[in-house]
Design a protein around this ligand. Structure first.
Ligand SMILES: [Zn+2]
Length: 54
């Protein structure tokens, strides 16, 4: 479902981004997937809160 940017009114894009973080004391990397709405007109972005994965 499209979402409008509150700043400029353009439609925003839902993108999935990988955040890689190093575990302290370990050689393993943990990859966390986050979903964000991004506006390409004004660079506004916000977290996607419709996933309900809490
Ligand atoms: Zn915008």
């Amino acid at each position: 479902m499209p979402k409008e940017c509150p700043m400029c009114g353009e439609f925003m894009r839902l993108v999935t981004r990988e955040i890689v973080s190093r575990v302290p004391g370990s050689s393993q990397d943990v990859t966390t997937l986050v979903r964000e709405w991004i506006c390409r007109e004004c660079d506004y972005f916000e977290d996607d809160d419709s996933g309900g994965s809490s």
